[in-house]
Design a protein around this ligand. Sequence first.
Ligand code: GDP
Ligand code: IMO
Ligand code: MG
Length: 427
Amino acid sequence: MPALVLLGAQWGDEGKGKATDLLGGSVDYVVRYQGGNNAGHTVVVGDQKYALHLLPSGILSPGCTPVIGNGVVVDPSVLLSELSGLNERGVDTSKLLISGNAHIITPYNVTVDKVSERFLGKRKIGTTGRGIGPTYADKINRVGIRVQDLYDESILTQKVEAALDAKNQILTKLYNRRAIAAEQVVEELLGYADKLAPYVADTVLVLNEALEQDKVVLFEGGQGTLLDIDHGTYPFVTSSNPTAGGACTGAGVGPTKISRVIGILKAYTTRVGAGPFPTELFDEDGEALRRIGGERGVTTGRDRRCGWFDAVIARYATRVNGLTDFFLTKLDVLTGWEQIPVCVAYEIDGRRVEELPYSQSDFHHAKPVYEMLPGWSEDISKAKSFSDLPKNAQAYVKALEEMSGAPISAIGVGPGRDETIEINSFL
Ligand code: GDP
Ligand code: IMO
Ligand code: MG
């Protein structure tokens, strides 16, 4: 019953795509359980680079069945273009399964996302503008459209009309926008029905049967722990649960089935969009991390905000996810610094605080308390085992492990599949 969850331990973009792809060759199913095409996962295979948004990163491993679970929000036009883009590059996508219970991002959800951000002005979240929040809001308000609705025109029409009743009032009267015609939306959505039909399945049944047959299932999180709607830096978060519990609700698998929870942890920290970020750098070190780490968003092309490693956040991720392992990524990016600051605690209004404060105002005032660790200058991108790393790099990893509360079982030393040091096997 090997069921693994792989998720972001920080604010997203930790290298989840690469980590999932690395394991993809040895697992039977890779399942996205939340989020949608707000995710941007870069996977490098040989000299080929793939940017995936909605499809699970397991799609690039021929033996693996990729699954879009019930907890995901699906933009059908994005999904179809992602599929055809991969097909053109010779990737077989025919095994894909999509839950009939997954919710659809409709064109009006995208519109509402964009106009409401504009309306917020300076207080905006900095969303990806992909309609994620409004689609989850419709789901919780029980006016959402599900994949299965595409196969019953009458129900689809009723649901779109019901959803648009209130939305058109808001669009026209509050946001000063034109109303959206239900017939047009229905027509567009019906146009996707046949194209998606071969993939639609009862994924809950498929996955539970697979686990009963001892198949290996990997649940791939989008975003990260600090972007979680419940456990993240609310309101500067996404609208789903990337944390480990989300894998259960978002895929229909009970918590007793999960055997391992792997947190993907960057050797420093990045964040896209608005919200607090205690170790953020505004100097040349931040610029250097951005340049060397290639820290530019895969989805929106925005520069990522960069800062030093934050052990308080890593400890928090261990706790709220019940992490069994860390996969430390991008250690190679830190090569060349004489000394590397690591945030070990915060100072909040003159007090030293070791754990993430639950109060939003406290977190906004948190100043990092740094410990300096000695750096290294040797190229580490060819390292194959822990002992190949320079002594100071080994000490950096060990210090992070001690502060973060779970063993570091793999280390990324470059973007490629094979640029990874495996310490403990995940399977
Ligand atoms: P995700 O959203 O968590 O999948 O991460 P992204 O793909 O958005 O961003 C991670 C970036 O780092 C991608 O460009 C990866 O190719 C790259 N990457 C992943 N692991 C490593 C690593 O160990 N070293 C380096 N240099 N790059 C890495
Ligand atoms: P991956 O899977 C980094 C951020 C957005 C914004 C907030 C809300 O590549 O790690 P949303 O569009 O989800 O309502 O935006 O969340 N965000 C991400 N940041 N990586 C991601 O995904 C993200 N997905 C959303 O920038 O601050
Ligand atoms: Mg990303």
